[in-house]
Design a binder for this molecule. Structure first.
Ligand code: ZN
Length: 400
């Protein structure tokens, strides 16, 4: 149901004010020498023959000019202040000035931020399918936002130097297999799911045919696991249980677990009646020899304040580098509430001088900030850092 015009207008006004305040901030000045030096260091040991890779960047749109994108009106409404505030923070993080052409400008700003990297960077731009009922009909009330596959395919065609399209297909859709094949035929090599928000149970045996086709087509699954803060639906967090991913893994699908499942707890399905941190359930899967070469994790959101400190510390200390991929979860690195560089200094993961330089980079380009931060982090005891290979690993090369 669409909101009454007056409420819609007030929502737009509120968003416009937020964006206008973002707009007042002048264009970022050139980076000071310390920040420039940290950027140079972050790129110094990369292989010049290959681009930088970011596997986790969200496409986002308000449905302008009939482009098919959708944001649930509840997220923009005065009736839901918490949701609206969250939406406003996201919008501010995008760096878009003014709402009139938000959808187009979002991609323009993102592409500009990617092109400002000193090396070419391949941005995997994520579609987001609707939530669906078990019978395969869409569930608009539960759909937080929607970015159609056609939208990211077109974005990749418009900005071929930066964007790689990542489709999203709810496996309960009546046309799920056809859509999978159509996307693969257009060159798509990865699917994105957010099971908690899309109402997908990765362990549902009804999806076996879908998984088999994914494997045949060499399509990798990038799926959120762990708690998802945006979801309020009862029971939905259980869908983010990493152990539910054994089903696609056992059918031969290559799976990348977003954020390495670094948030929240779930039932330990191997020990009924007990619970465990989602991150530990993820590590348990990583330790199963049969999933070597098939199960991976991405570093998106791993440095955010609400996930610190254990997952980040553990990933820095343990050598899982051959099974990690770089992801920013953009536009989240632009949300200052979740970026807390002071905390990273307290944990001795960066120095105070590095923090100062990183904050300068953040003001100029949050996407570059996320990359440089992850290249700067070190294990305080051993000095170990994330390997350069993580930041150039191409997900399309994982499936085989
Ligand atoms: Zn994400």
């Amino acid at each position: 149901m669409s909101p009454r015009p007056s409420r819609w207008f007030r929502s737009r006004l509120a968003l416009a004010l937020v964006l206008a305040s973002a707009c007042l901030a002048a264009a970022p000045p050139p980076l000071p020498p310390d920040a420039r030096a940290l950027v140079d260091r972050a790129f110094a040991d990369l292989d010049p023959a290959h681009p930088v890779v970011d596997v986790h960047v969200h496409a986002l749109g308000l449905g302008q000019d009939g482009d098919g994108t959708f944001v649930n009106p509840a997220k923009l409404s005065f009736r839901h202040p918490a949701k609206r505030l969250e939406t406003n923070l996201y919008l501010k993080a995008t760096g878009v000035k003014g709402l009139d052409h938000f959808d187009r400008d979002y991609l323009d700003v993102l592409a500009a931020r990617a092109r400002a990297f000193p090396r070419p960077v391949r941005i995997h731009l994520l579609a987001m399918d609707r939530a669906y009922h078990a019978d395969g009909t869409p569930d608009p009330a539960r759909t937080e936002f929607h970015v159609p596959n056609a939208y990211v395919l077109e974005a990749a065609a418009t900005y071929p130097d930066v964007f790689i399209p990542v489709a999203s297909i709810h496996p309960a859709r009546l046309d799920a297999l056809q859509e999978l094949e159509a996307c693969a035929a257009k060159g798509v090599r990865m699917l994105k799911w957010l099971p908690n928000a899309q109402a997908i149970d990765p362990a549902d045996p009804r999806y076996d045919a879908f998984y088999r086709r994914m494997k045949e087509l060499g399509v990798v699954l990038l799926t959120h696991a762990g708690e998802e803060k945006a979801v309020a639906v009862k029971g939905a967090q259980a869908l983010g249980n990493p152990l539910r991913l054994r089903r696609p893994l056992d059918l031969g699908v290559t799976v990348i677990v977003a954020h390495c499942a670094s948030l929240g707890r779930n039932e330990d399905l191997d020990h009924p009646g007990k619970t465990a941190a989602n991150f530990d359930l993820f590590l348990r899967l990583m330790d199963e020899p049969k999933y070597q070469g098939r199960l991976f994790g991405d570093l998106s959101a791993i440095t955010q304040v609400n996930r610190l400190p254990r997952p980040l510390r553990t990933l820095l200390a343990r050598d899982l580098d051959g099974r990690l991929l770089n992801g920013s979860d953009y536009p989240l690195p632009g949300v200052d509430l979740v970026v807390w560089t002071r905390g990273l200094v307290q944990l001795k993961l960066i120095t105070a001088a590095e923090r100062k330089a990183l904050n300068e980079i953040w003001k100029a380009n949050p996407l570059l900030f996320d990359f440089v931060l992850k290249r700067t982090l070190r294990d305080p005891r051993t000095g170990r850092q994330f390997a350069a290979s993580i930041f150039q690993r191409d997900p399309a090369a994982l499936s085989g």
